[in-house]
Ligand binder design. Structure first.
Ligand code: NAD
Length: 377
C-alpha cells in the first residue's frame, strides 16, 4: 500500500498532513510513504527528516502521487492536482464542502474516494481523529496571544512602585473547543474573563475555568443544543435579546474574542458596528469566525480593520500560525483514521463501508457524490 503526502497548493496554508513521526508509524504498518519535496517547509520539517523517517521524496505532485492508494492533505486538492491518480484513491483532508459542490463533483468524476475529516463524529472512539478539536484548541490559544500582542496594555494586574496597572477585561463569545481554550489562556495571562454561549452546557464549563458566564437563559436557550452537541441557529427574538444583554457588557471590555459557529451556516453576527464603536480606543476584537463571514459586522476576513481606534483582527487560519504544533496534532488525527482503513492481515486499504466513521466522512465514491447534502441538482 502506498500513502502520498502532497504539499499544500494554497500559499496561505503552512501546515502539513504528515510528520516524520506519523511517517514512521505508517512505514511500521507496512506502507510505503511518498512525501512531496518541500511539503513540510511551512511547518519546519525538512525533506531530509521525512527521508530519515522512511519516506521517499517526490519531486512534484505527479511523481509523489504515482501508484498511491491514500493521499493525505490539509486542504482539498483540485481535480487537476490529482491528474494521473489511481482510481479509488482515498483522499483524506479537510474538504470544506459547503458551497463547493462543483469541486466535489470533479473529485467524484476523477474516481476519488473523498473523506472529510471535519465530519468525523464526535464519539469517544473517534476523539483521536477529531481535527476540528485539535485545530480549534490551538486557534483559541493563539487568538488570545494575538489579542495580547495587539492590545497596548497588560493582561494581568500589576502593582508596581510606579503605580497599579489594572487587569484587562476579556469577553469570549462562543464556548466550544476554541472558546474554552481562549478562556483558559486569558485566565493564565491574568485577565478578568467573562464568556457567553447559547448552549446551557457551557455555563458550568465556563465557571469551572474561573470565568463568569453571561447569557440570555430563557426557554430557547434551554433547547439550543442539538443531539450532536452543536448550537442551533437562534430565533430573531433571541438574537435581539442576546444583543441587548451583550451590548452594555462589550462597551466595558478591553478584548473580545469571538468563536461562535453553527455547522453549515454562516457565522452568527454577534458584534454590531455600534457595539464596536462603544468600546474604548485601543481595545481589540479577534474574530475566529472570520473564515465563515465573521461574528463581528466590521470584520475583514484576512485583515485587521480599525474602527474608532478599536482593532478588529480577522486573521484566517490561526492554527496555521502554529504550524509545527498544528501539523503534529493534525497528522496524528489522520494516522488514527487511516489505521481504521487498513486491514491488519493484508496491510492493504480495506474500507469498511458500514463503519460509522466512514459513513459520516465519505463524500464521494464510485464516481458519485454520496453525501446527500452535496448532491448537485
Ligand atoms: P463550534 O466551533 O461549532 O461553535 C463554537 C461555539 O459557538 C459553540 O459552543 C456554539 O454553541 C457557539 N455558538 C453558536 N451560536 C452562538 C451564538 N449565537 N451566540 C453564542 N455562541 C454561539 O463548536 P465546537 O467547538 O466544534 O463544539 C461543538 C460541540 O461539540 C460542543 O458541545 C463540544 O463540547 C462538542 N465536542 C465534543 C467532542 C467529543 O465528544 N469528542 C469533541 C469536541 C467537541
Amino acid at each position: 500500500m502506498r500513502i502520498a503526502v502532497l504539499a499544500e497548493s494554497d500559499k496561505a496554508e503552512p501546515r502539513v498532513a504528515a510528520t516524520p513521526e506519523t511517517v514512521k508509524k505508517f512505514v511500521s504498518l507496512g506502507a510505503e510513504v511518498a512525501v512531496q519535496s518541500g511539503a513540510g517547509a511551512g511547518a519546519g520539517v525538512s525533506d531530509a527528516e521525512y527521508a530519515a523517517a522512511g519516506a521517499k521524496i517526490g519531486a512534484d505532485p505527479a511523481t509523489t502521487l504515482a501508484g498511491a492508494d491514500i493521499l493525505l492533505r490539509v486542504r482539498r486538492p483540485s481535480a487537476a492536482e490529482l491528474a494521473g491518480a489511481k482510481q479509488n484513491l482515498a483522499l483524506i483532508c479537510i474538504m470544506d464542502p459547503f458551497g463547493n459542490e462543483a469541486a466535489l463533483a470533479g473529485l467524484a468524476k476523477a474516481g476519488v474516494i473523498a473523506f472529510a475529516m471535519e465530519f468525523m463524529p464526535r464519539i469517544t472512539r473517534a476523539q483521536s481523529m477529531d481535527v476540528l478539536s485539535s485545530q480549534a484548541n490551538l486557534a483559541g490559544y493563539r487568538a488570545v496571544i494575538e489579542a495580547a500582542a495587539e492590545y497596548g496594555r497588560s493582561f494581568p494586574m500589576m502593582m508596581t512602585a510606579a503605580g497599579t496597572v489594572p487587569a484587562a477585561k476579556v469577553f469570549i463569545m462562543g464556548v466550544g473547543v476554541a472558546g474554552l481554550q481562549a478562556i483558559a489562556t486569558a485566565r493564565r495571562l491574568g485577565a478578568i474573563v467573562t464568556a457567553t454561549d447559547v448552549r446551557p452546557a457551557t455555563k458550568e464549563q465556563v465557571e469551572s475555568l474561573g470565568a463568569k458566564f453571561l447569557a440570555v437563559e430563557n426557554e430557547e436557550f434551554q433547547q439550543a443544543q442539538t443531539a450532536g452537541g452543536y448550537a442551533k441557529e437562534m430565533s430573531k427574538d433571541y438574537q435581539a435579546a442576546q444583543a441587548e444583554l451583550t451590548a452594555s457588557h462589550i462597551a466595558k471590555q478591553d478584548v473580545v474574542v469571538t468563536t461562535a459557529l453553527i455547522p453549515g451556516r454562516p457565522a452568527p453576527k454577534l458584534v454590531s458596528a455600534e457595539m464596536v464603536r462603544s468600546m474604548r480606543t485601543g481595545s481589540v476584537i479577534v474574530d475566529l469566525a472570520a473564515e465563515r463571514g465573521g461574528n463581528c459586522e466590521l470584520t475583514k476576513p484576512g485583515a485587521t480593520a480599525v474602527e474608532n481606534g478599536v482593532k478588529i483582527v480577522g486573521a484566517l487560519n490561526l492554527a496555521g500560525r502554529m504550524a509545527p504544533t498544528a501539523s503534529s496534532l493534525y497528522a496524528k488525527n489522520l494516522l488514527a483514521f487511516v489505521e481504521t482503513l487498513i486491514s491488519k492481515e493484508t496491510k492493504q486499504l480495506a474500507i469498511d463501508w458500514d463503519d460509522e466513521l466512514v459513513k459520516a466522512t465519505a463524500l464521494t465514491r464510485d464516481g458519485a457524490i454520496v453525501d446527500a447534502r452535496f448532491k448537485q441538482a
